[in-house]
Design a protein around this ligand. Structure first.
Ligand code: ADP
Length: 368
């Protein structure tokens, strides 16, 4: 019998069991001397899955399911239980055939009841979803912090340049021939374009990294997509570089996310463009395979030095270099590309020799 607070009502064992069976957590009493559980509430099979039936005989099964890194922490908390009124701990449980779960437990020692003296009583609940949300929010916050740092840091310089060029223009406009002012206009428009690119890349990185972004799938003709991108490059830069397309058929379709495909190709093309000298050649290949399509972006530019190769897909990579026309790097493009290729269930890799050129390979499933 359990006396309810200061009121006159008595809670019977039956009522207590009814309460425990309706709780979304496990209630337990453990006897550390006998090394066995005296009581496990009805929630035990839900929380512990198939090991539930074994732990009554052998609680070590439960102990073995706790992740090794967390066991030491629980041991140290248990040692303190004599001194502390209550133990609170979050730890991870890896049960057979289940993903790792986060468990929150609160426990205390039963001192007053002569039959259960020294036993540990408490409850345990599954907090995996809460932990995942916390982790997701922490990651998103960290990404936003980095994005703000980069924008705060790297946007100052272009704004300074634009402001200097505009005040020079303001002073010269009445006295100078417009023709002589052309370089100032060019500085302003180039700087604006670079700054806009930077903003877009940083924002894209935060956006595309979010794992839950929805992928919209449609039937995309890769040949047509690449043709339209090459058209713009040819129009603007035909005097500087040659752009070729080499496809195994006139139309090659994939069922995929068009926006991501566009961004992947645009990033690889702009890198090929940035790191190729005047009169260089950029060739996009599209090869249809049985289950996949292999897209290659090949340039005969400066190549990637051995020492940088392992780093180029890292976020804000230390392998970032200015383009050959002085384009400012952010070291984000390939990180975004890799994230997106993987989101489309594809693979990306590259081959490069310094001074000879680079080829990026993207393998995409036909039915993403
Ligand atoms: P960014 O957007 O700043 O160029 P990326 O992540 O796209 O950064 O690329 C990272 C680095 O990888 C580049 O700064 C460059 O050093 C190297 N890289 C990428 N593509 C090429 C290429 N086609 N040729 C030579 N180096 C390249």
């Amino acid at each position: 019998m359990i006396r309810a607070g200061s009121g006159p009502k008595i809670i019977t064992e039956k009522v207590f069991r009814q309460l425990a069976s309706r709780a979304n957590c496990l209630l337990y009493i453990y006897d550390p001397t006998a090394k066995r559980f005296n009581y496990l509430s009805d929630y035990a099979p839900v929380l512990l899955g198939t090991i539930f039936s074994r732990i009554e005989q052998d609680p070590a099964v439960l102990w073995d399911s706790i992740l090794a890194e967390d066991r030491e922490y629980i041991c140290s908390e248990l040692k303190l239980l004599g001194k502390k009124e209550c133990l609170t701990a979050d730890f991870r449980l890896h049960l057979p055939d289940q993903p790792v779960k986060w468990i929150h437990t609160k426990a205390f020692r039963l001192e007053e009841d002569p039959l259960l003296q020294g036993c540990i009583a408490g409850f345990a609940e599954d907090i995996t979803q809460r932990k995942e949300t916390e982790l997701f929010l922490a990651n998103t916050h960290a990404q936003k912090d980095v994005a703000l740092q980069i924008l705060g840091h790297d946007i100052r310089a272009p704004i300074g340049t634009i402001s200097a060029a505009s005040s020079l223009l303001e002073r010269s406009v009445g006295t100078e021939d417009l023709k002589n002012l052309e370089p100032l206009f060019r500085i302003i428009s180039d700087t604006c374009r670079n700054a806009l690119n930077l903003i877009n890349e940083v924002l894209e990185s935060v956006y595309w990294d979010a794992q839950h972004t929805v992928k919209k799938k449609s039937r995309v003709d890769l040949v047509e997509l690449v043709e339209s991108q090459l058209y713009a490059y040819r129009l603007l830069h035909q005097d500087q570089k040659e752009f070729k397309l080499c496809a195994s058929a006139d139309h090659i379709f994939v069922v995929s996310d068009q926006v991501r495909l566009q961004l992947i190709l645009e990033n690889l093309l702009s890198n090929a463009f940035k790191f190729t000298k005047r009169n260089g050649t950029i060739i996009v290949g599209i090869q249809e395979q049985r289950q996949a399509v292999l897209v290659t972006v090949k340039d005969d530019g400066i190549g990637i030095p051995e020492g940088l190769k392992s780093k180029i897909f890292q976020k804000f990579t230390a392998a970032r270099r200015e383009g050959l026309q002085g384009e400012k790097p952010t070291g984000l493009g390939l990180h975004i590309v890799k994230t997106m290729v993987e989101q489309l269930s594809g693979r990306i890799w590259f081959e490069s020799r310094e001074g000879e050129g680079t080829t990026f390979f993207v393998e995409l499933p036909k039915k993403g």
